[in-house]
Write a protein that binds this ligand. Structure first.
Ligand code: PLP
Length: 503
């Protein structure tokens, strides 16, 4: 580092943060830190979760933001501090890339997708209109067209947008359904007696959407499930007949592919047929399971999805790209402008209406929107769609392996037959087989808490039919069968310790 650079560093902070050579120096440090971190995490040389109480982590983070600034610093000192800040970030988080992170439905994102995604962060290509981010917009159109094709639709007669997450995507799709099913509701609100029919295990964002859309959460009707927690088509038919007889109008039926609790896939062909018989909008929340469409082995789980009116598919779940990248897809291209009716002449040029087709801000809640598609487009282009197939097949196979281990073990109980990469189970040694639901539940909670705080593994807890249980989602293709047997050993060891200390 040249001495004259060191002199100017603290006096001109704009030069010290925007200078091309500053970027050269700091990005080299960044590359070194990130590569070292990922290598360590993937090799299991770190804990999974760096657990500390939230008040302590907030205080630590705030201490870096000293009022009054950071004082005089040479460029060399600043580079050292940059590295220390990165190390702080990297050593204080959740290590999703650790093969023993087997928790929430958030993946060990593909590192190469992260590199493509970082291009958007660095060059800042937000896109409300085409001109603001021409390549980001092109990428968004390209990936949504390709996802439509995977659903089984002609990309010229279907359409889609990317948005910031599955919750916002579901809200967007249901807003479109509301406006199409009840014309004029954008201006005058909803008519009386409208209901939304949802899978009884649907994600909470459905209920939230009903609140936001002015429908009211009390007007959400749960469709009954079969013994595998899938929407039951014949009972859906009865439900729709009942709603009609009671004078209620159905805004949409929301099916799941798959539903969050145990990953159950609705029988979409039959559900779609019922919806068509009743002339009702079918929305499929395929936020998690949409990726099975990439797999020749598993795509049958979504048979019938092409009959849906709208579909949500999160790429930041099972397409393994960094959060957030969620697609809202419509079977009918004509629905693309029915989500919103905004008037913003400074953005959407009325003298050039043709461009509206490419100004994505007309179709999403966001105005300024991150270039969310770069990661997905990048790895799709670089490796081909077979990469997604391999990641889906690998993680689904790991779940099957784990389920078999649970079935074979006499001190665990698996609470369902997994259809994808979500498995719900209990630690249930013989001594507790006749224990009360509450006692068994308390054991699962304590087990999970001790396991997670140890940093050895990360799993989550849930409640299924009133039974507290443990839940894993296999979202890292680098997790091995040995990691899963080690998880059972660790749970056993902690469980036995807890039980041995009970009076
Ligand atoms: C089926 C389903 N839909 C929607 C969501 C919400 O997605 P997001 O967390 O991206 O808002 C989830 C999240 O797990 C989900 O499992």
């Amino acid at each position: 580092m040249k001495p004259e650079k060191a002199k100017t560093a603290s006096s001109n902070l704009i030069a010290a943060s925007y200078g091309a050579s500053v970027f050269d120096d700091l990005s080299a440090i960044w590359q070194k830190c990130m590569a070292r971190h990922l290598r360590k995490v993937m090799a299991r040389e770190t804990v999974v979760l760096n657990w500390k109480e939230p008040v302590d982590t907030i205080a630590e983070a705030e201490a870096f933001l000293a009022p009054g600034g950071v004082g005089e610093q040479s460029e060399q000192e600043r580079a050292g501090k940059f590295e220390a800040l990165l190390e702080k970030m990297l050593s204080s988080g959740q290590n999703l890339h650790h093969p023993r992170y087997i928790g929430h439905q958030v993946p060990a994102s593909n590192p190469v997708a992260g590199l493509f995604d970082a291009v958007g962060s660095l060059t800042n290509q937000p896109m409300a209109i085409y001109e603001m981010g021409p390549w980001a917009t092109a990428v968004e159109h390209a990936v949504t067209r390709s996802l439509c094709r995977k659903v089984g639709w002609n990309p010229d007669t279907s359409c889609g947008v990317l948005t910031h997450g599955g919750s916002l995507a579901n809200l967007t799709a249901l807003l479109t359904a509301r406006n199409v099913v009840f014309p004029g509701s954008w201006e005058v609100g909803l008519p009386q007696n409208v209901v939304l029919v949802v899978h009884a295990d649907s994600h909470y964002c459905m209920n939230r959407s009903a609140g936001i859309l002015g429908l009211g959460t009390r007007h959400v009707v749960k469709a009954a499930l079969d013994d595998r927690r899938r929407m039951d088509p014949s009972r859906l038919n009865e439900l729709l007949l009942e709603q009609k007889a009671a004078g209620r109008k159905v805004m949409a039926v929301c099916a799941s592919a798959c539903a969050t609790p145990i990953g159950a896939f609705d029988p979409l062909q039959q559900v779609a047929k019922v919806c068509r018989d009743h002339d009702v909008w079918l929305h499929v929340d395929a936020a998690h399971g949409g990726a099975a469409l990439m797999s020749r082995t598993h795509r049958h789980l979504l048979d019938g999805i092409d009959m849906a009116d709208s579909v949500v598919w999160d790429a930041h779940k099972m397409l393994f790209v960094p959060a957030l990248c969620a697609a809202v897809l419509y079977r009918n291209h004509a629905h693309r402008f029915q989500t919103f009716q905004q008037d913003a002449p400074y953005l959407f040029d009325p003298s050039n209406p043709g461009m509206a087709e490419f100004d994505n801000g007309t179709r999403t809640i966001e105005c300024t929107k991150r270039s969310t598609g770069f990661g997905l487009w990048g790895i799709w282009a670089l490796y081909g769609e077979q990469l997604f197939e391999q990641m889906v097949d690998r993680t689904f196979a790991l779940a099957e392996y784990f389920c078999n281990c649970l079935v074979e073990a006499d001190d665990f109980e698996v609470l369902h037959t997994p259809e994808c990469n979500i498995v719900v189970f209990q630690y249930l040694p013989k001594s507790l087989r006749d224990g009360s639901t509450a006692d068994v539940g308390r054991l699962q909670q304590e087990l999970r808490s001790r396991l997670v705080k140890s940093g050895e593994f990360y799993i989550v807890q849930t409640n299924l039919n009133g039974r507290a249980a443990l839940r894993v989602t296999l979202m890292n293709p680098l997790t091995t069968e040995q990691d899963l047997t080690a998880l059972l050993d660790e749970l056993r060891s902690i469980g036995q310790d807890i039980l041995s200390k009970q009076p």
